[in-house]
Design a protein around this ligand. Structure first.
Ligand code: CA
Length: 456
């Protein structure tokens, strides 16, 4: 066991006593705690900030399974995705780096693929003896070299692109091969509701590896609750808001919550739950198109206001970390460095990591902010910087807006005129940061295309 692990156990001893009782030498739990923890990342797609029970901000309805993860874990009230759309957040999550460092800004960049010299969390964990599996929406490249099985994962079930997927129709055609449901490289002809199937595959992966006593990394990126709006009719009938779209969205969340419940049940049944580090978050804010609810945050997916970026965000490790609420701003880029710190895996020294280990924050040991600044940029004339309570927003309107998030979580009172020095300081920070990032991949392709056209 590494030093950090020992330290974190010591620090969270009361939690251990509370959750697993006193551990004696002959206790079977002892063996489990000493073993490398399993890693589970459950990624919801386009889930609204208020569309999960534990948020209470206000929550729109209960999600009992997801809420149990929260009740047993650390709830980050200021947890951010690193992008306001699907694919770039996934690129940042699996690399621990601002995805803009390698030119990945937009959902369309997923068609080109995440650059092959990027090292994924799965690459690192596989080297440590973890069995690595991904079940769901990949969205990081369509060609064979970008396939999950060539990016550190050993088991794959799901689809490669693009944003959404039909929940019932799994037709696989050559023109739309990105929609094929694949097991590893081969199309399958399964039937059912996709959310249920992904959970079933994930549970089977847990069972197989728990039985072999293999540590595992399970990445479960549901396409739920992204469009299209589809759910079993009997679940839609449970809701009656007067808005059919909203009822379907709620039924999709209801179904995803059951799927999450199955995963938790399987972790418990196979005896690995206590020693599993689990992250749950959404890849971006809820979408207006699917009637998501982000209250009290402003705006929706595809926006640099909080409604596009701030998401339900939880980490749990029942045997080690006691339940708490963490108010420090964290970002999905932090997940990989946190996991690596726990496992004593050295991050490759030939590149810059932007994500940071979150454990000192959870333990309340950090004297300064985890991140001095956080940046978002989707290369669409929309960007934002957060520094402490301040957030500077540029949203296509050719004017900079400044908000005090401590007093104004809904970003309704623009203070740019009142604090011009803060505006120029943060604008400067953004420009410096952006200068360190690569040009958008899309831009490079357009430039190459234009050059070719000129030559012709
Ligand atoms: Ca999404």
């Amino acid at each position: 066991m590494n030093a950090y692990l020992q330290k974190s156990i010591a620090l969270s001893m009361p939690a251990m006593l509370f959750t697993v009782g006193a551990i004696g030498q002959s206790d079977p739990q002892k063996k489990q705690i000493d073993k490398k923890p399993n890693i589970v990342i459950i990624l919801a797609d386009d889930q609204g900030n208020a569309d999960v029970g534990f948020q209470r901000s206000p929550s729109t309805f209960a999600t009992p399974s997801i809420d149990k993860i929260a009740a047993n874990g650390v709830v980050f009230t200021q947890g951010y995705a690193s992008a306001y759309v699907c694919a770039p957040t996934r690129a940042g999550l699996l690399t621990g780096r601002y995805q803009q460092r390698f030119g990945f800004y937009t959902a369309n960049d997923s068609r080109a693929g995440m650059p092959l010299n990027e090292i994924t969390l799965a690459d690192l964990l596989q080297k440590e003896g973890y069995r690595t599996g991904v079940f769901g929406k990949w969205h990081l490249g369509l060609q064979k070299e970008y396939h999950p099985l060539n990016r550190g994962f050993q088991d794959f079930y799901g689809f490669l692109g693009h944003g959404g997927h039909d929940y019932y129709n799994f037709t696989c055609s050559e023109e739309k091969n990105y929609e094929c449901i694949l097991r590893n490289f081969s199309p399958v002809s399964d039937e059912g509701y996709l959310t249920d199937i992904l959970a079933k595959e994930a549970c089977s992966f847990i069972k197989t590896n728990s039985a072999k006593k293999n540590p595992f990394f399970l990445y479960l990126p549901f396409n739920a609750v992204h469009a299209p709006l589809q759910a079993p009719e009997e679940d839609i009938k449970r809701f009656n808001t007067g808005n059919r779209d909203r009822d379907i969205q709620m039924a999709m969340i209801y179904r995803m919550d059951i799927a999450v419940g199955e995963v938790i049940k399987t972790l418990k049944a196979t005896g690995v739950y206590e020693n599993t580090i689990l992250f749950y978050f959404s890849d971006n804010g809820g979408s207006k198109a699917t009637s998501a609810n982000n209250l009290p945050l402003r705006d929706f997916k595809q926006s640099v206001y909080e409604g596009g970026l701030r998401v339900p965000f939880v980490m749990s490790w029942p045997g080690k970390i006691k339940p708490s609420v963490c108010k420090e701003p964290v970002i999905s880029l932090d997940i990989m460095p946190t996991i690596c710190a726990v496992l004593d895996i050295k991050l490759p020294g030939d590149r810059i990591y932007d994500g940071k280990n979150m454990l000192p924050v959870i333990e309340g040991k950090l004297k300064q902010p985890l991140h001095q600044e956080l940046f978002w940029d989707g290369s669409e004339n929309r960007w934002a910087v957060r520094q402490g309570k301040w957030k500077l927003v540029f949203d296509k309107k050719a004017k900079l807006e400044l908000y005090d998030l401590e007093k104004d979580i809904s970003e309704s009172n623009d203070l740019a005129m009142a604090y011009p020095e803060k505006v120029s300081e943060l604008e400067g920070k953004y420009k410096t940061w952006r200068g360190d990032m690569k040009s958008p991949m899309g831009d490079l392709k357009n430039k190459a295309n234009n050059k070719n056209k000129q030559k012709k």
